[in-house]
Design a protein around this ligand. Structure first.
Ligand code: ZN
Ligand code: ZN
Ligand code: ZN
Length: 362
């Protein structure tokens, strides 16, 4: 059975377990996870209608239909012409279904129209069901994440040989993105280059600030390769580190390594955050670590599980997530160190392997 066939089968079983009659998926990663087809985020509706029993039907704008590969016969395709009403088509396909799960990224205008189309139907979020399917990665998904990680690791190594000083953040960010695309990514979704005081803003957008001697530069970038995400952060320093930076970086590295070593099946998501946070707090930087330690990653850059205080979900083999503690001193500098890891039967495998030390550049 192909990956897609077994995923569709598991989705059907999960519908059944939850006493749901059908699943409706539109834009976002749930649809390509089940079918390999990613819908254009357009005003024209694309929707897979998958009943708990029987054949699924993918309702698509006629002009998108040629992009769909139907060779494996996992679902039918129902192209709709410009003058047809796709909401009516979906509603007809749902027939007698009364309990329907809808993908949580579906546009509100379509959800509202579907709800209005037949008031006997109850609509619930498909998020819990899809989360259950997508959180545990198969060996081929982990391999795809590993390959994406290798690409960005290589770019970090290349950029350690490049001059930063005298260039804008925007210019350096563009070079990270260009090299990432050249080395195998289909798209780069973000390239944070945050120099000097800008580093204190975790999700800083690159600006025209000119990078200079003595700047610490947070570089956090990633994108998609074969539909799976990369996301890594490494620290670059131009010439010499700013005051207090190196001591804090030792703490950060120790915290990141300890949190990584803690990962194995059965520990909670929250405990990974706590391991890193305790070390950073003990060293006196606790107030400066202002975000959770990590997020799941797969087809989406941010997905379940979230490694955050209060999430008592236990980790299992095949989960994949980031471990990315940070320390941010307002108006001075910031630092973060980020790897993607996967939970194995006996512990953890980091997918990012590039050197975790500070990269000194000119
Ligand atoms: Zn982030
Ligand atoms: Zn990141
Ligand atoms: Zn991240």
């Amino acid at each position: 059975m192909s990956d897609f066939a077994s995923r569709i089968e598991r989705a059907r079983m999960s519908l059944d377990d939850r006493a749901l009659d059908a699943l409706c998926l539109s834009v976002g990663s749930d649809l390509p996870y089940l079918t390999g087809y990613r819908a254009m985020p357009l005003e024209r509706l694309t929707m897979l209608v998958l009943p708990a029993q029987g054949q699924g039907v993918l309702v698509v704008p006629a002009l998108e239909a040629p992009r769909i590969d139907t060779s494996d016969g996992l679902y039918e395709v129902r192209p709709w012409a410009e003058t047809e009403d796709p909401v009516a088509i979906v509603s007809d396909l749902l027939g007698p279904s009364t309990h329907v799960a809808v993908g949580d990224e579906t546009w509100a205008r379509f959800v509202l129209a579907l709800q209005a189309s037949d008031d006997r139907r109850a609509w619930v979020s498909a998020e819990p069901l899809m989360r259950e399917l997508r959180t545990i990665k198969s060996a081929s998904e982990v391999a795809a994440l590993r390959a994406a990680a290798r690409t960005v690791d290589g770019v970090v190594d290349q950029m350690a040989e490049v001059q930063f000083s005298g260039r804008t953040e925007r210019d350096v960010a563009r070079e990270f993105a260009d090299r990432t695309l050249a080395d195998g990514h289909e798209e780069v979704l973000f390239a944070i280059v945050a120099s000097g005081e800008n580093g204190a803003s975790p999700h800083h957008e690159p600006t025209d600030r000119i990078i200079r001697h003595g700047d610490a530069v947070v570089v956090d970038f990633g994108g998609h390769q074969a539909d799976y995400s990369s996301d890594t952060t490494r620290m670059f320093v131009v010439g010499e580190s700013p005051y207090g930076f190196d001591d804090a970086y030792e703490v950060l590295r120790t915290a990141q390594a300890a949190a990584t070593a803690h990962v194995r099946p059965g520990v909670t998501a929250a405990s990974v955050d706590a391991v890193a946070r305790d070390i950073i707090t003990e060293a006196g930087y606790g107030d400066l670590f202002v975000h959770r330690v990590g997020h799941g990653i797969g087809m989406d850059t941010h997905e379940h599980p979230y490694l955050v205080e209060g999430n008592d979900q236990e980790l299992s083999t095949g989960m994949t997530f980031s471990i990315e503690p940070g320390i941010y001193v307002p108006e001075e500098w910031g630092m973060r160190l980020e790897d993607i890891v996967t939970v194995t039967d006996t512990g953890v495998e980091p997918l990012n392997r590039s050197d975790r030390g500070i990269r000194y550049v000119s």
